[in-house]
Design a protein around this ligand. Structure first.
Ligand code: KIV
Length: 285
């Protein structure tokens, strides 16, 4: 295990003050969390994108609190010092402030999260205010918000027009005033992200496909390593094609078993001759 000290909010705000970019990745399971911890990734998001990347749904909408809690617990076991963010799934916060507080509390109590994230602009400001007032650090999420993909008309850049960009800037201010300590901008044009980053006073801004001017960067782990078979978003950089490496290994396994090249003696266990003779004798008796 790494020797790293627990990442907390003062550490993250110090990085912002020192103008050092913050690293943030999605993660959904124990072995990947272990590797991210070893690599020094500071923030981990257990995103409801796990509905697509891990469970094979077409969207994030079917994901439940139970799904989220199970995966978040596994990630915490693998990454004890990362700043862990639980992503509030569809309809876990939209119905009311009370629903939002109760479900945010579950992430903290049952999965040892450091914070939660939820999607939406000023219409969700009261949810953020309620959760923050309950002592739970909260991140807002603006721009492309996948839980509203139907209303947004698909997975597309948000804020390309001046009016829509102004609305995102105003929404960011509303979330900051509601108490969000950070705001994620997903697929927002770089110069709009820069304006929001410059205006942020009490929160920091994270970018997913929104350019280099934010205080830090988020990527979806499965996109970084060629592990999501349906598509690769343009904004994602592939840092290593693990999908191809794994596929080559699987093809090798199928071929070796089929041709009786696997297993070899080092892959199985034997019984001493004397014990085996005795066993045969026992079976005969
Ligand atoms: O669920 C998720 O991984 C997210 C990212 C798309 C930001 O919310």
């Amino acid at each position: 295990m790494s020797e790293r000290k627990k990442i907390n909010l003062p550490h993250l705000f110090k990085k912002v003050a020192d103008t050092e970019p913050i690293t943030w990745l999605t993660c959904y399971d124990y072995p990947t969390a272990y590797l991210q911890e070893q690599a020094g990734v500071e923030m981990i998001l257990v995103g409801d994108s796990l509905g697509m990347t891990m469970l094979g749904y077409e969207t994030t909408l079917p994901v439940t609190m139970e799904d989220m809690i199970r995966h978040t617990q596994a990630v915490r076991r693998g990454a004890p010092t990362a700043f862990l963010v639980g992503d509030m799934p569809y309809m876990s916060y939209q119905p009311s402030v009370e629903t939002a507080i109760r479900n945010a509390g579950r992430f903290m109590a049952e999965a040892a999260c450091d914070a939660v994230k939820l999607e939406g602009g000023r219409e969700m400001a009261d949810r953020i205010h309620g959760i923050v007032s309950s002592g739970i650090p909260t991140i807002g999420h603006l721009g492309l918000t996948p839980q509203s993909v139907s209303a947004l008309g698909g997975y597309r850049v948000q804020g390309k027009g001046a009016l829509q960009a102004k609305k995102i800037i105003e929404d960011a201010k509303a979330l900051e005033e509601a108490g969000a300590f950070a705001i994620l901008l997903e697929m927002v044009p770089d110069r709009v992200c820069k304006l929001i980053t410059e205006k942020a006073k009490n929160c920091f801004i994270m970018s997913l496909g929104s350019g280099p001017h934010a205080h830090g960067q988020l990527l979806i782990y499965h996109d970084m390593f060629g592990l999501y078979p349906r598509f690769k978003p343009r904004m994602a950089k592939v840092f290593g094609d693990a999908g191809r490496v794994i596929l080559e290994g699987l093809l090798g396994y199928v071929s070796e078993v089929t041709q009786r090249q696997f297993p070899q003696p080092e892959n199985w266990f034997g019984i001493p001759d004397r014990e085996y003779e005795e066993l045969l004798q026992l079976l005969e008796d």
